[in-house]
Design a protein around this ligand. Structure first.
Ligand SMILES: [Zn+2]
Length: 162
């Protein structure tokens, strides 16, 4: 009898957004599913690449590891780049030795879509339509309506108020 195991997941069309990644067998809570791979570049280079895209194109494959490194999964990336955001996720992204891994935080049944919370950081030079760009339609029970974190634009600190 072969001991080779079936792959844990496959990529196919998702109702949430474009392509998604789906479990092909039961994945136990705590399982390390896949590493997020791609070219390792600087934030400056990532900004340069992102600036060339359409302003409303949220299909970025960039993952910010820390202040020094961004992974661009558009170059030499693997299937991890197709895992969608979910507000009520069954996976999480874990940083270890400046590498990113996707781990199951719940036991996932065959056919279920893998999702993790992107928690995209707000930045002071975000475009005005940032909330529209990263709107979430995951349909999860606790959907907060955005992939951004914090969910609401921070209040202005200075200035007159009534
Ligand atoms: Zn959502």
């Amino acid at each position: 009898m072969s001991t080779a195991r079936k792959p844990m997941f496959k990529v196919r069309r998702s109702r949430v957004h474009g392509l998604g990644v789906f479990a092909t067998r039961r994945i136990r809570k705590g399982t390390r599913i896949v590493e997020y791979l791609g070219e390792r570049i600087s934030h400056r280079e990532a900004n340069r690449r992102f600036a060339r895209k359409a302003a409303d194109d949220n299909h970025t494959f960039l993952y910010s590891v820390d202040r020094g490194v961004v992974i661009d999964a558009g170059v030499n990336g693997n299937d991890a780049r197709f895992i969608n955001h979910g507000c009520d996720p069954n996976c999480e992204s874990v940083t270890e030795d400046r590498r990113i891994f996707i781990d199951a935080i719940a036991t996932i049944q065959p056919g279920e879509e893998l999702k993790y919370d992107y928690s995209i950081r707000r930045d002071k030079d975000d475009p005005a339509n940032i909330d529209a760009i990263y709107a979430c339609r995951c349909g999860g029970e606790g959907c907060r309506g955005t992939m951004l974190w914090p969910p609401k634009r921070p209040k202005r600190r200075s200035g007159k108020r009534r």
